[in-house]
Every structure is written in C-alpha cells, then in structure tokens.
Design a protein around this ligand. Structure first.
Ligand code: SF4
Ligand code: SF4
Length: 466
C-alpha cells in the first residue's frame, strides 16, 4: 500500500474502518468541501440564531433572577425566573427524563436532526471553526494541496493565523460559558482584576479553554463518532418510518459516468467530499452520519448540473426509499412522547408547588435529649432559606399542643428573622418539658410564616425523652 493511501489522502470511506483514523493509527484530518444549497442556508440561519441565544441568555433576567444560571458554590440553579436549591435537586431527574424522551421522540420522527442542526458541537464546529479555516486556508483542494506540500511561508502564516483565531474564538466561548455559572456583572471586573484575585475561576477558565480548543481545533468530528453516546443509541431509536438523510439506491444504481450507466449516480463523490464525518452515504445509514444534509445539497447541485431530478440523496424514511407510504403515527412515538410528557408534567407540577422559602429542622448531634433540674431538654437547629428575589421577614412560632399532650416550653434565640434574597440562616431552638410529665415522645409543630406574602410552612418534630 502506498504511503498516500495509508495516510488517508486517497482513501475511500468504507463500512469497516473509521475514515478519520488512518491504517497506521495516525489522524486523517478531514477537509470537507464547501457546500451551497437550501439546507445549508437553513442551517446557517439556525446556527446564527442559536449562537445569539447562547450569548444573550446569561444577560436576561426573569423575575429578578438570571434566566439560566448554575451557582455551584451556593448549590443553586436559576431557571426561567425560578430558583432551585439543593433540596430541589430531585427535580433534575424529572426534567432530564422529560428532555431525554422528548429527544427520543424527535429522533424517532426525524433521526439525528439535533446533531445536524442544534448540538453545540456542530453549531460551533461547522458554523464557526470550519468557516474560519475556509476563510484563511481556502477551499478543500487548496487546503489539501497545501497540507501535503512542504512547509513554506504561505503555509506557516495561514496555520499560525488560523490557530490564533481559533484561540480567540475559544476564549469568547469559554467566557460565555462562564456567564452561565457566574453573575455577568461580576464577570468583567473579575477578568480585569487578574488571575491572582480569582485563581479558582481562572483555573476553570484555563482548563475549559484548553478542552474546547482541543475539541474544535483538532478532535472535531471524532467527538461525535467516538465519544458521543447519542449516536450509538440512534439505531435503537429509529425505525423504517423515521426520516433520515439517505441515498436512493433504486434510482442511483448502477452508478457510473453520465451516459455510461443506467443509475442517476455519476459517482462524482461530491457527497463524500462535503461530509464532515468522512463517510459515503451511498453505503447506507451509518453511525457516523450526523444528519447535517451537506450531501443532500451537494448531490442536488450535481443533479441540477446534469439535468436530472433532485433528491437522489434526500430526507426520506426507509419505507419511502422502498417506494412505500410512510407512517407518521407508530407505537414507539407514542411511548417516547408520553414518557417525555410525564417527566415534564411531574417537573412542572412539583416545581409549581414549591414555596418561596425552604425550611428544615434537624435534631442536634449526640444525645437526643438532656436532663437538667428535673427538666428534659431537646435541642434542634432550624435551617431557613429565602428563595425569593427580595429580602423577606419571617416569624417563627410554636403551634398549639395537641390536647392531652404536656405543654412544651420553647426557647428561640429569635422569633423574627430578616433574610436577604437567597440568604440562609441556621438558628438553635431549645424545647423543655418537666420530667414528671413526660410519658412518651411528644409530637409538636413549629410554624414559619413569611410576613410579606403570608405564606407559611409547618415543621413537624418529636420531643424525645427517657
Ligand atoms: S452522510 Fe451526509 S448527512 Fe451524514 S454526516 Fe455525511 S454529509 Fe452529513
Ligand atoms: S453527489 Fe450524487 S451523483 Fe455524486 S456520487 Fe454522490 S450520490 Fe452520486
């Protein structure tokens, strides 16, 4: 085998090997050709909208809180005007279940439309990094020719400039990502203050920049092909009615030069040259296909040039490619949609029942009670957290004892509390019962009321004794 073929320069994609890895284990850096067409235009619009959303969202505030932010040190998440603390963590399960099954339903309908249009890996790689590469290093053929040639000044300055641009874009992405974890108004002063003032945030920024730069500058499509689990689930989620990017074998074969073969495919390899994962769609559905539609646009343009109908490579279902009618409604779609709705409904219902403050009570560590001067004493700690966007005032009051139960004497360091937005306090509470009156654990209740809203919560506990 010639060195050229071994190192992937003239390799043909097949079903038995990864096109991005050469036979000798080295990386075959793909150089997808530029493509024009209706799907490409639609994708560019989606990419632009999504990038605008990624950048703008951290600046949006709803109900006094960031639209989306995860405050890791405070273990608090903000989501469209609501705050979620560590006590709400279980809700993540329902939210993720809803989104995961929603994605399954979309996959059952339209294949990997998420990968091709909305996954940040595709949005940034195809919409930003490959575009910069094209501007600086030229078309696919120019890039291939230059990469295979010896080092020259022309090659060097283009490579250096490209990597510098990649680095700048990566830094912008990293800082945008940070704005989902830090308050945006604190971000700029933190950057200007220098690394020594915020060494932890600086270390995170550095690590994130290195990972993102490595991913988009070098690792690229291998993330989708080797690492992403979603691609591997694909074959389990789709069926004969799922709409996918595919090649019409019946129409295209036997392939060959125009006028020399009966099929419409003239074997021009345009669909292969534009593929960002380096596969040949004519070999059938493959795990590497991210549904980007580049091959659809490339083949449509060839069909226009040779005067044959578009759609040799197109969006269709297996059933459609066989000339059968496609079914929209099928059991798996119902199942995925229902499970998605259940997850999202439970999340929404439970989230709507949450209160504007969180209160928990814990018994002090060690002995559940102590006895002093013929009185039994229990010690508790109340943990009160204000989850509202404003400072709030709370009152603490013991509820009336149940009839027949001995009266409990409460000693609170404070019965009125003012807590700033998202602040929390822990206060000790002592409870006493004369030893002679204690017969069995006494159920008791404490009432916590938000003075502004009138919202109240009752905490139940048991007074323990010998
Ligand atoms: S086969 Fe076509 S749709 Fe799939 S990744 Fe390649 S170019 Fe995109
Ligand atoms: S672009 Fe169309 S005509 Fe050319 S090789 Fe691919 S399928 Fe065949």
């Amino acid at each position: 085998m010639s060195t050229e073929v071994k190192r992937g320069i003239r390799r043909t994609p097949d079903l038995d090997s990864l096109y991005s890895i050469n036979d000798d284990g080295s990386r075959n850096m793909l150089q997808p050709a530029d493509v024009r067409g209706r799907w490409h235009t639609r994708k560019n619009i989606v990419f632009a909208v999504l990038i605008a959303i990624y950048v703008v969202v951290p600046w949006i505030r709803i109900g006094g809180f960031p639209a989306i932010r995860l405050d890791v040190p405070a273990r608090t998440a903000y989501l469209v005007g609501h705050t979620y603390t560590r006590e709400d963590f279980y809700l993540v399960f329902f939210l993720l279940t809803g989104f995961a099954f929603g994605l399954f339903a979309v996959t059952a309908l339209w294949g990997r439309i998420w990968c091709g249009y909305a996954c940040p890996q595709t949005v940034f790689l195809e919409g930003v990094y490959r575009r910069i590469e094209g501007w600086i290093e030229g078309s696919r053929n120019e890039r291939l020719r230059r990469n295979q040639g010896p080092m020259s000044f022309d090659k060097l300055w283009r490579k250096v400039l490209k990597q510098l641009c990649f680095l700048v874009v990566t830094l912008l992405i990293t800082h945008t990502l940070l704005a989902y974890f830090l308050p945006v108004d604190e971000l700029l002063p933190a950057i200007l203050a220098g690394p020594s003032k915020h060494w932890l945030a600086f270390s995170w920024t550095l690590a994130l920049t290195a990972i993102i730069y490595f991913d988009f500058a070098w690792f690229r499509e291998q993330f989708c092909v080797i690492m992403c689990p979603y691609g591997r689930l694909q074959s389990a989620l789709i069926d004969d009615d799922t709409v996918l990017v595919g090649y019409d074998h019946t129409r295209g074969e036997p392939r060959g030069a125009k006028g020399k073969a009966e099929g419409d495919c003239i074997d021009c390899r345009s669909c292969v040259n534009v593929c960002p994962t380096g596969i040949d769609i004519r070999n059938g559905l493959q795990m590497e296909c991210i549904g980007c539609t580049n091959c659809v646009d490339a083949c449509d343009s060839i069909m226009q040039q040779i005067g044959r109908p578009e759609g040799l490579v197109r969006y269709d279902s297996y059933r459609g490619f066989r000339g059968e009618k496609r079914r929209f409604v099928r059991p798996r779609l119902f199942l995925y949609a229902i499970l998605a709705l259940v997850g999202l409904a439970v999340f929404s219902f439970t989230a709507s029942k949450r209160t504007s403050f969180e209160v928990t009570i814990l018994r002090a560590r060690g002995m559940p009670y102590t006895i002093e001067n013929e009185r039994i004493q229990n010690l508790f700690t109340i943990h009160l957290q204000n989850k509202s966007p404003k400072t709030a005032e709370y009152t603490l009051a013991p509820a009336e004892p149940t009839s027949g139960q001995p009266a409990i004497e409460w000693k609170l360091s404070s019965t009125e509390l003012e807590i700033e937005s998202l602040g929390e306090v822990k206060i000790p509470i002592f409870a006493f019962v004369p030893r002679a009156e204690f017969k069995q654990p006494i159920p008791c209740r404490l009432l916590v009321t938000d003075k502004t809203t009138g919202e109240s919560q009752t905490i139940e506990l048991h007074f323990q004794g010998p």
